[in-house]
Design a protein around this ligand. Sequence first.
Ligand SMILES: *Cc1c(COP(=O)(O)O)cnc(C)c1O
Length: 385
Amino acid sequence: MQTYARQDVAFVRGEGVWLFDEKGDKYLDAIAGIAVNGLGHGHPKLAAALCEQAGKLIHTSNIYRILEQERLAEQLCTLSGLERAFLCNSGAEANEAAIKIARLHGHNRGIENPAIVVMEKSFHGRTMATLSATGNRKVQAGFEPLVTGFVRVPFGEAEAVAKLAEHHNNIVAVLVEPFQGEGGINVPAADYLAKLRAICDANEWLLMLDEIQTGIGRTGKWFAFQHTDVMPDVMTLAKGLGSGVPVGACLARGVAATTFVPGKHGSTFGGGPLACTAGLTTLKTMADERLLENAAEVGAFIRSDLTARLKDVAGVREIRGQGLMIGVELDRPCGDLVKQALAQKLLINVTSDTVVRLLPPLIMTRQQAAVLTEQLAGLIRAFLA
Ligand SMILES: *Cc1c(COP(=O)(O)O)cnc(C)c1O
């Protein structure tokens, strides 16, 4: 079905940060399947682990123990400080689990009509509940009636969340991206999460972080909340977790970790041996190859180099981001840049109309990043000229 306005190119092979089309032409990948291919393309360790696992076992069922799932859940909890995990197959599903936890937790507290605070310009997925939580009318239009039980405030304004506490007695949770991805790489004040944490604590709400795009090393830490001293109650992951194999996770601690009991939630495919092997291999390879450090270093280089190259260009509003999650905001819609970059064999993305989004593989070297910044700066100059 026509769910995407696709670029007219098909890739048949990849190697690190490079993709090759049917004709054998080579492209620099600065979008990584939208923050998915952290290990780049064709990583030999991932390919070998998946082949080996496929030969042993691909699927059993969650009605049995799954050792790979237990190991992946344990490692994600160790890395994050959270206590339990539910494994699923996508970001939207991970957020569905979080939303269900919040509602069930509310009902357990005697709140019959529980509501979740969500943000303007947020993106949480395309299922009915997650598109209802999403702060973008384009994602929702035509799918009404929306799922109720969401209260929306501007992103980055903790005071607006605090005000809600005065007028609503049915709020049970706040769902927020630490840095907004689809909404245009929006970076809140450094103390935003801490303020939200304090409001949640004062009102017995759950703080639920959607780290589907920011998690798994993208911002230079395992999880974006680790740039602060805030601990969430719930965190959702997907995109980079399986390096391209569909894996999602909803992690929780405290009361949120024990809200689900048998029969309340499930998934046929979620947490299967093959998908969890992809997750385990991703985590191990990221640690072995020091990809968190690399994302922080190379990301800082890209931001400073682009800033230097574009500093005298009128029409460039802001260059922002964290690690290898970078936005270049222009003063006009710039969707055409995607095609112009593609013609020059560079893969970028435009989100939120005026923002060029870069989400390169976490393995990108500084030399490769310099190729990217030179090419992109040239494209932006020409576009704005
Ligand atoms: C991509 C994304 C989702 C949705 O993930 P899917 O796997 O496409 O369902 C949810 N939240 C955020 C922040 C995302 O970036």
